[in-house]
Design a protein around this ligand. Structure first.
Ligand SMILES: Cc1cc2nc3c(=O)[nH]c(=O)nc-3n(C[C@H](O)[C@H](O)[C@H](O)COP(=O)(O)OP(=O)(O)OC[C@H]3O[C@@H](n4cnc5c(N)ncnc54)[C@H](O)[C@@H]3O)c2cc1C
Length: 417
């Protein structure tokens, strides 16, 4: 079946897809939002654990054109509060995504100037039931499938097949009580790994965390101000190196010398690393205290799995009931988008970094690939909505106006042939 879509097709009904649809709607442009799952914001509903809170204060997590979080929302909104916020947001802008619609392929058809978006849809919209394939045709395609579309696993770990314990990824970790009394190894020490370790420990699991690389741990708050908010403020006045030095000075005062516990800091400062690689420093919400008092044990990198546990690179061995990989996520764009000029085949991110990561060629856009969380999403959504609205109005004005519109959004008067 072929369906012609008047406005853009937006792939993904997470915060990024919803924000883009809302910004378009506010400018009078309709869109079709597709999501493979049976609900909006499924990354938050289905792939986060119960006690998760946003890492940043609520003021930095609002979506464009929306009222602030409702009264009573915690400074760091809980997972449930954020999901409720996203549901209300979709309702407020009457964004009604087609659910249970997985985009299998999308390619630009230069002959007709349209994107062909091939979608596997379940008849019930809930992921079950008979599957049908539909092709949507649209002038514009907005990729909003997220930086965290799929769990990333480490490559071939020796002996993992013979390991008899349980192996899982943090994306399927829900709550800690089922691990009470078990010996659990968490592999990876980004925010997910550190927070899951804390949750496990709070629930009576015997917890160890693999810390292989150097990392920055910062307190979530400094002098009663969120570390993120303080950084944003200071960056208005001071060069990034000075802000990093200040953050590290305060971290040392508040957290003490963390190197004693096997947590080595990189030479380059936390904000500089964030800017150049996108890697976020760990914002401590209590795990460090548990590491200091030995309730969470820091262990070196895994060398190989054994039947009942792992061998570490320092030659020691230990048994574990469960190994949880907190090894992050990756984009799934290369698996469905037939395009490799704007999006990189190797990592599924736009090749250009923020603030240029939102627009490609031929009506292709990306939202939520800035490595800057929801603030980046808001920026992308506003830019994309303005750009598409402009083209949409031109298209309505007729073919001659549309022909004067090139891919950089500038108006050129093409020479008459
Ligand atoms: C644990 C955690 C905590 C975070 N905390 C914060 C925070 O405090 N502040 C902040 O600013 N940011 C935070 N982030 C980062 C970011 O803001 C969130 O990950 C946010 O959900 C990203 O929104 P998104 O819409 O880009 O992606 P997602 O929420 O992942 O949405 C993508 C959607 O695309 C759908 N999809 C994927 N592939 C297909 C396909 N082929 N066909 C159809 N649909 C598809 C998925 O089902 C999903 O619904 C956090 C991230 C994580 C993982």
């Amino acid at each position: 079946m072929h369906v012609w879509v008047p406005g853009p097709v937006i792939v993904g009904a997470g915060p990024s897809g919803l924000a883009t649809a809302a910004c378009l709607k506010a400018r009078g442009v309709p869109s079709l939002v597709l999501d493979k799952d049976a609900c909006v914001a499924s990354s938050w509903r289905e792939r986060t654990y119960e006690r998760l809170r946003l890492h940043l204060p609520r003021g930095f997590c609002e979506l464009p054109l929306a009222p602030p979080f409702p009264p009573g929302t915690s400074l760091y909104p809980t997972r449930d509060q954020f999901i409720a916020y996203l549901d209300a947001y979709a309702r407020a802008f009457a964004v009604e995504p087609r659910l249970g619609a997985r985009v299998r392929a999308a390619a630009y058809d230069a002959a007709i100037g349209f994107w062909r978006v091939t979608v596997d849809e379940s008849s019930s919209g809930a992921g079950a039931g008979a599957m049908a394939s539909t092709e949507y045709l649209s002038r514009w395609l907005v990729v909003a499938t997220g930086e965290n579309a799929e769990p990333a696993w480490p490559e071939d770990m020796e002996g993992m097949d013979s390991y008899r314990g349980a192996v899982m990824h943090t994306s399927s970790y829900k709550r800690g009580d089922e691990f009470a009394g078990k010996k659990v190894l968490v592999v990876g020490c980004g925010n997910s790994g550190v927070e899951v370790s804390l949750d496990l420990c709070n629930n009576g699991a015997n917890t160890s965390i693999v810390v292989r690389d150097k990392l920055h741990v910062l307190p979530r708050e400094i002098l009663g101000i969120s570390t993120f908010g303080l950084s944003v403020f200071l960056l208005n006045w001071l060069p990034i190196k000075c802000v990093d030095a200040l953050l590290l000075f305060f971290s040392r005062l508040i957290l003490g010398n963390i190197e004693k516990y096997g947590l080595r800091r990189p030479k380059i400062g936390p904000l500089q690393i964030k800017c150049s690689t996108g890697k976020t420093p760990v914002l401590d919400i209590g795990a460090l205290r548990k590491i200091k008092n030995g309730e969470i044990k820091v262990v070196p990198a895994i060398n190989q799995f054994t039947d009942n546990g792992v061998g570490f690179v320092d030659g020691s061995r230990e048994d574990f009931d469960v190994v949880i990989f907190a090894t992050g996520y990756k984009s799934n764009v290369p698996s469905w988008l037939k395009e490799d000029e704007f999006f990189s085949e190797s990592n599924g991110f736009p090749r250009k970094a923020f603030p240029h990561s939102w627009r490609g060629k031929d009506g292709l856009y990306a939202t939520g690939f800035t490595k800057r969380g929801l603030l980046g999403t808001s920026y992308d959504a506003a830019m994309i909505a303005a750009d598409i609205t402009h083209r949409w109005s031109n298209a309505l004005a007729g073919p001659s106006a549309a022909a004067h519109d090139d891919d950089d959004g500038h108006h050129h008067h093409h020479q008459q042939r």
